[in-house]
Design a protein around this ligand. Structure first.
Ligand code: AHG
Ligand code: MN
Ligand code: MN
Ligand code: MN
Length: 342
């Protein structure tokens, strides 16, 4: 009898990145280092999240961020973990974060690199204390040519300029989802080995879906086309859509987006009329853009309800945009209702 085949060695994140670098020239050594450093930081955040009450990381930090949100201890800790992990590597020119008012320059004692990293260090903060999945979202841009002291202006690049983006979701398992512009791939944290292992390649989002994600408590503040789109879903089989729909809302964007990447769906955080100065709650640079890049790379669509998210020209680092993303046919329908109503 022939010897049983040696079990195929699982592909580590490092091996995946080296093969991407060697085979497709999709990335260079600095970008590979950046992704590995971010992954290691996400592993450390996963360990802190996993300790829960035993780690002294629950509850409020008693401080407020530039968004006017009360920071959780884990918001601040996750931000510090990502700063410390990335400062010394020599691959970044600067970092920006939901939890920092302004970009963080690389200290002069370290060499600067060609990349900018912008991130939401802990997404879904309101879920930390109730043990519901949270995550980290990151986006990689190139520092503009000739800019040696990158400020906010250096970050204000359209989402189409991203060279990489992804998220880590800290759920029953910790999964890192990554795109380098060549498909979407998922890596599960092997806690015994302490590394991320490729568990899904080329994730794709079904074009149609029977599941939507939205915070219904804001319904009284929605624009008419938003109301029309949701009312049609709620009308079910006997309504204009001719089928029933299911609803899911985790209130951690990473968890809702991960579900959609895994089984389809449409995620919506619309503009609401309660505060016209805030066109929706989600932030363009470190929530909407990275998630839009991932979703489009998985065959889905991502719009503001009126325009492609990746085409939006950023004006401010912490600016907000409405978000419609997921199964292409639903996002296009909801977007059409808005553009037809304008
Ligand atoms: P963050 O915790 O980073 O501030 O983001 C929270 C966001 C996003 O994760 C989620 O989709 C949304 O807030 C939920 O908003 P509501 O609580 O208004 O539903
Ligand atoms: Mn927040
Ligand atoms: Mn967030
Ligand atoms: Mn956050």
């Amino acid at each position: 009898t022939s010897p049983s085949p040696v079990s195929v060695k699982p592909v580590s994140l490092s091996r995946f990145l080296i093969e991407e670098q060697r085979s497709k020239g999709q990335i260079n050594a600095d970008l590979r280092l950046l992704i590995e450093v971010v992954a290691r930081a996400c592993k450390r955040i996963s360990i802190a999240v996993g300790k829960g009450a035993l780690g002294g990381v629950l509850g409020s930090a008693g401080t407020e961020n530039v968004q006017g949100e009360t920071q959780k201890k884990l918001d601040v800790l996750s931000n510090e973990i990502l700063l410390e992990a990335n400062e010394w590597g020599g691959h970044l020119a600067a970092l920006a974060s939901e939890e920092m008012d302004d970009p963080h320059p690389i200290p002069n004692r370290y060499p600067k690199g060609e990349y900018l990293l912008v991130f939401d260090p802990l997404d879904g903060s309101s879920n930390i204390d109730v043990n519901i999945s949270v995550g980290t979202i990151f986006s990689v841009l190139r520092c503009p040519e000739g800019v040696t002291e990158p400020d906010e202006q250096a970050f204000l690049q359209r989402g189409t300029r991203q060279v990489a983006a992804g998220y880590a979701v800290y759920g029953s398992s910790t999964v890192l989802v990554l795109t380098l512009g060549d498909g979407v791939h998922a890596f599960t944290l092997d806690r015994e080995q302490g590394g991320f292992v490729l568990t899904q390649s080329n994730l794709t989002i079904p074009e149609d879906t029977g599941e939507f994600a939205i915070n219904m408590s804001n319904i009284r503040h929605w624009e008419p086309p938003m109301r029309r789109y949701i009312d049609e879903l709620l009308a079910g089989k006997t309504g204009p859509r001719g089928r029933d729909f299911n609803m899911r809302w985790v209130a951690s964007m990473v968890a809702d987006v991960h579900r959609i990447l895994t089984r389809g769906g449409i995620f919506i955080y619309p503009r609401d009329l309660k505060d016209p100065s805030k066109p929706g709650k989600l932030r363009l640079m470190y929530e909407a853009n990275p998630m839009a890049f991932v979703v489009e790379q998985a065959g889905g669509a991502a719009t503001t309800g009126r325009a492609r998210i990746l085409d939006v020209k950023p004006e401010k680092l912490h600016q907000r945009v409405p978000v419609f993303l997921g199964s292409r046919n639903e996002v296009e329908r909801a977007t059409r209702y808005h553009t037809e109503a304008d």
